[in-house]
Write a protein that binds this ligand. Structure first.
Ligand SMILES: [Zn+2]
Length: 196
């Protein structure tokens, strides 16, 4: 049994998107990989992002498109103090403080959007998968938001099979946990300073 991470887009949505915007030979494997990398983003968002990229969409990677969708969500959320990209109960989606740098902000916005989409659809997600995905993989070098590659031995000869449940390299999850702990600590520090 494998753990399925369900996409927001259907296979035919993704196939159409790839055929419309790229020159790729659209195989089943390509559709699967893009669906996995863009889980949590809607067809409309991806279409808008790829349209905005123009001809460079032909060479865009899923992480380029995810980054562009995150930036659009951020812009959409910017004008008002409480305008989450997805309409979900306000208490369920705390807005991150703007004190983190932009990169962290976009990462958090993306994570929030994915969680909200899955909650709305009643789909199950694996919390460790989400967390691991928020950072780049130190082992297979997958960028943030891109799922780990099937690599189990790196150039240095180290062996690290992917976790069967999260489909991520265990060292990626460790890195993400360390980063989350660091962020929590710095947020608490900010809060302390603001009350002085
Ligand atoms: Zn990896």
């Amino acid at each position: 049994m494998t753990t399925m991470i369900y996409p927001v887009m259907s296979r035919s949505d993704m196939r159409g998107l790839l055929m419309r915007h790229t020159e790729a030979h659209v195989t089943d494997a390509l559709v699967t990989s893009w669906l996995s990398s863009l889980a949590g983003y809607s067809l409309a968002e991806c279409h808008a992002a790829m349209t905005a990229m123009g001809t460079s969409a032909r060479r865009a990677t899923p992480s380029d498109i995810a980054g562009s969708c995150d930036a659009a969500r951020d812009r959409a959320a910017a004008p008002g103090p409480e305008t989450p990209a997805f309409s979900a109960p306000a208490g369920a989606l705390p807005r991150p403080r703007r004190t983190a740098n932009d990169r962290d902000y976009h990462r958090q916005a993306g994570m929030r959007g994915i969680r909200a989409a899955y909650e709305l659809m009643g789909w199950k997600r694996n919390a460790d998968h989400d967390l691991a995905r928020s950072v780049a993989c130190p082992f297979c070098k997958a960028k943030a938001w891109v799922v780990c590659g099937p690599l189990s031995r790196n150039r240095a000869g180290q062996l690290e099979p992917r976790d069967k449940l999260t489909r991520m390299h265990p060292s990626r999850l460790e890195r993400a946990r360390a980063e989350a702990a660091r962020q929590t600590a710095s947020t608490q520090q900010d809060a302390k300073e603001n009350t002085r």
